[in-house]
Design a protein around this ligand. Structure first.
Ligand code: SF4
Length: 654
């Protein structure tokens, strides 16, 4: 056992100082590997099974290394847990006072300059400030806040259109020329992060920073000696978003609004400029009208000609605005910034219109009252490799799902680090005792219309045996809706088992109710396959309808598959299959979150038995006992629930 592992041992300082601490061999092993990678500044990928305690395994060496470390997470929940709970607790236990900062993307901080501008927008005839009530609330809070973190504001919804008006982007920030620079919350948060020993960020901010995109600051990494990425399985997909190009109609609308405000503030707003601004707004509105209602990503080739024409019109209108703004002769910093933004937007539109098919894939997404044009390169691995090589420090990737079987090649290939060291630490849970993997026989093919009905027929005896306590996880919204309809059509079902259906309430409130109700049945799709933690007896059954192969219609996936084909690879075996294996591991991982948890995972996809790749899926899952009889699975549930009830009664907790 090495130096770091020893600290996590039964006689170590954490055993004494951390309530409920349990020493785990797997955690100790991981801590030693992470410690070594930190010292050697090498690249390491660690798959740590559920229950390993991987956050302590990387935070302990990070705290003791004395290095400037960035810890990046995939979710806000984990970011908050590390910053508010784990880091202060470990620093106290280890007697290592360190400076820790939590840094969020720009859009999370109030921009004082833009807040002041919002007042000018409001005074323009015919120009409405989104929700004057929200703006007033924010103005009151702005006088009181110390951090400027918009999470402090209550009573203004996350999707209120006021937020882009009072927060900044890299694009519209005036930087050193800003009159509010000395009091700027973004600058203050960034300074605090630069002075800290450990900075907690999320993958979006880290990758935006690496790729010098809007949300980022472009200054996070200089001086960093280690980057630890938890929930790292999400990194390649997030990187694909940042290494491409995105141009949104909202950028055009925001530019028009900000330029109007700056022109009004500086006394330059005349009719000709107003007309040019309206021409830009009109061109984006015309483009939006060609797309119809909100829907999934639309491939470029399927776009109507009128849409492309409207984009060309917007581009020309932007050039005219640039000329007109230059014609004012003003050297006001706000106006100059608007001019630069108009130039950049025109340039990006031109790039978007000009990409060649062999460079990557383009698409359009319609959401709310706007659209986004997207471009994604075929492969991001080379870019990630270059960025890591340009910052020679320790890069540590960890997650509960990185390997397919024992093999990390798929993940390492996607992040461009094929030569990285790898470690797999198994979960300390006793899966053979705690879980059953039920693979029912005789189910129809997943493409068969009767498949969802058959999934429910498989699930119902388990729901009864477990008295609710079930997650039904689907790979499509269509199947989820059909299942909800069928279950609601069963007399008395909902009276016995409260039905919680994704889309009918926010995700967090569905999960809270599921935990409280104890006998509920929850129906969810992709967003419930990962990051969901229900411990104890509230969850005893997870039914998965199909193997989670991603939809081949998604343009981003198409781009990746095409990239693999061009490089001479096999898209199915090199990408779709390993991705589906990792997704299934995530889905399975919902069941057993603790040493005392138990239950059944049922996978209703006959391809697990009929196709040769089925063995790869089963072999990658935790070592639960496999059964093919529903009665055996139901009996297991009844027995384990009766034992848990008896144990709770003996302890006086039931
Ligand atoms: S420096 Fe940028 S973010 Fe800060 S107040 Fe000025 S414009 Fe806003």
């Amino acid at each position: 056992m090495g130096e770091f592992g020893a600290l996590l041992g039964a006689d170590g300082p954490l055993a004494e100082a951390v309530p409920g601490f349990e020493s785990r061999r797997e955690q100790q092993e991981m801590a030693d590997w992470v410690g070594e990678a930190l010292l050697e500044q090498s690249v390491l990928a660690v798959e740590a099974g559920t229950g390993t305690g991987k956050t302590f395994a990387y935070l302990v060496p990070a705290l003791l290394s004395g290095r400037h470390v960035i810890v990046s997470t995939g979710t806000r929940t984990l970011q908050d847990q590390l910053y508010h709970r784990d880091l202060p607790m470990l620093a106290r236990a280890l007697g290592r006072p360190v400076r820790v900062a939590l840094l969020k993307g720009r859009s999370n901080y109030l921009c004082r300059h833009r807040l002041a501008l919002a007042g000018h927008v409001g005074s323009l005839p015919g120009f409405e400030v989104p929700s004057a009530r929200s703006l007033k609330r924010i103005q009151r809070w702005a006088g009181l806040t110390r951090s400027g973190d918009v999470a402090e504001v209550t009573g203004v919804r996350d999707d209120d259109p006021v937020w882009p008006v009072v927060t900044s982007t890299r694009d519209n920030c005036l930087g050193l020329e800003c009159p509010e620079y000395a009091r700027c919350h973004v600058v203050a948060a960034r300074r605090e992060a630069q002075a800290a020993d450990i900075v907690v960020v999320n993958h979006h901010l880290l990758l935006a920073d690496l790729a010098l995109k809007d949300e980022g600051f472009g200054e996070l990494l200089p001086g960093t000696e280690a980057v630890i990425l938890d929930e790292a399985h999400q990194v390649p997909d997030i990187a694909a978003q940042f290494f491409g190009l995105n141009v949104g109609s909202r950028q055009g609308v925001a530019l028009v609004r900000d330029t109007l405000a700056e022109l009004a503030r500086t006394g330059h707003l005349g009719e000709p400029l107003r007309e040019r601004l309206h021409a830009i707004e009109g061109a984006f509105a015309q483009a939006l009208a060609c797309l119809g209602s909100p829907r999934e990503r639309i491939e470029w080739a399927a776009l109507p000609d009128a849409f492309i024409e409207a984009l060309h019109t917007a581009q020309s209108a932007l050039h005219l605005l640039v000329e007109a703004l230059a014609g004012t002769g003003s050297d006001d910093s706000g106006l100059r910034q608007c001019l630069r933004r108009a130039e950049t937007l025109a340039e990006n539109l031109q790039r978007m219109l000009g990409f060649a098919a062999e460079e990557g894939i383009r698409w359009v997404e319609v959401a709310g009252r706007g659209f986004t044009l997207g471009f994604s390169p075929f492969e991001v691995a080379d870019r990630l490799r270059e960025l890591m090589a340009a910052r020679p420090c320790a890069w540590i990737f960890t997650s509960a799902t990185l390997a397919v079987g024992e093999d990390f090649t798929h993940f390492l290939g996607r992040i461009g680090a094929i030569e990285a060291r790898t470690l797999r630490v198994a979960s300390p849970f006793d899966f053979e005792r705690q879980a059953l993997l039920y693979l029912p026989r005789g189910l129809p093919d997943p493409s068969d219309r009767a498949h969802t009905t058959a999934v429910l027929a498989t699930a119902l005896p388990l729901v009864e045996a477990a008295d609710g306590r079930t997650f039904l996880l689907f790979t499509s919204h269509r199947a989820l809706k059909e299942a909800a309809r069928l279950l609601r059509g069963r007399t008395g079902f909902e009276q016995r088992y409260p039905l919680l259906v994704q889309g009918e309430a926010p995700r967090e409130s569905l999960l809270r109710r599921f935990r409280e109700l104890e006998h509920a049945v929850l129906l969810g799709t992709a967003s419930f396959w990962e990051g969901v933690d229900v411990r104890g007896t509230a969850l005893a059954v997870v039914v998965i309808d199909k193997l989670p192969f991603a939809s081949p219609d998604d343009p981003l996936l198409k781009a990746r598959l095409e990239g693999i084909r061009r490089a001479g690879g096999n898209p199915f075996y090199d990408h779709q299959l390993p991705q589906a294996v990792l997704a299934l591991k995530q889905g399975f991982g919902r069941l057993i979150r603790d040493r005392e948890d138990f239950g059944v995972v049922a996978i209703c996809d006959p391809r697990l038995r009929s196709r040769s790749y089925g063995r790869l899926f089963v072999g990658s899952l935790p070592p639960a006992r496999v059964v093919d009889e529903g009665e055996e699975a139901a009996a297991f549930l009844r027995r384990r629930l009766a034992e848990a009830g008896a144990a709770a009664r003996a302890l006086g907790t039931a």
